[in-house]
Design a protein around this ligand. Structure first.
Ligand code: FE
Ligand code: FE
Ligand code: FE
Length: 165
């Protein structure tokens, strides 16, 4: 693929991700509010703060490119958020609510991990070392969040089983 086309694809995908992170800035506090487990609440609150920083990092990447992050909507995150909202409604007041929130959160983190991984590969090909560093910092946060959620999932499922018994 000619370098110029890859660069355009890279910019388009960065815009999509910037929109995705902005959607998550709004969604994560709602998920924190909905969570029953205090640990899960705290995990969502922590990642909401990290996500603010991730938006700023992406904006730095755009300023390095002398571009603005406008004109894209991430339909994938919009869809995952919608599914998550259905879960919150359906399982409100039920011990399964946290399990539903965790499942949505992990689907979101996996999407982000895949996107940041791809963007880092493209930034390497395009020889953009500052962008690689910024994107890698965010990828590390997404991976750590996913791991923390995996641990919480076990605790939450155990607590729910006890509550149901
Ligand atoms: Fe993120
Ligand atoms: Fe997307
Ligand atoms: Fe994330």
């Amino acid at each position: 693929m000619p370098q110029q086309n890859l660069k355009q694809l890279y910019i388009d995908e960065l815009k999509d991700l910037h929109n995705a992170e902005n959607q998550l800035v709004k969604t994560l506090p709602k998920m924190a509010k909905a969570a029953r487990s205090p640990d899960l609440k705290a995990a969502f609150e922590k990642h909401a703060r990290e996500t603010d920083g991730q938006v700023s990092r992406l904006e730095k990447v755009f300023s390095l490119l002398e571009q603005t992050p406008k004109g894209k909507k991430c339909e994938a995150i919009e869809g995952l958020v919608k599914e998550g909202q259905e879960g919150i409604k359906e399982f409100k007041g039920s011990p399964a609510l946290d399990a539903a929130l965790l499942a949505t959160a992990q689907a979101i983190e996996h999407y982000e991990i895949s996107r940041y991984g791809t963007l880092i590969a493209w930034a390497k090909r395009l020889d953009m070392p500052q962008a690689i560093k910024l994107l890698q910092q965010t990828l590390d946060e997404e991976k750590n969040t996913d791991e923390a959620l995996t641990e919480l999932a076990e605790a939450v499922i155990n607590a729910e089983a006890q509550e149901a018994a």
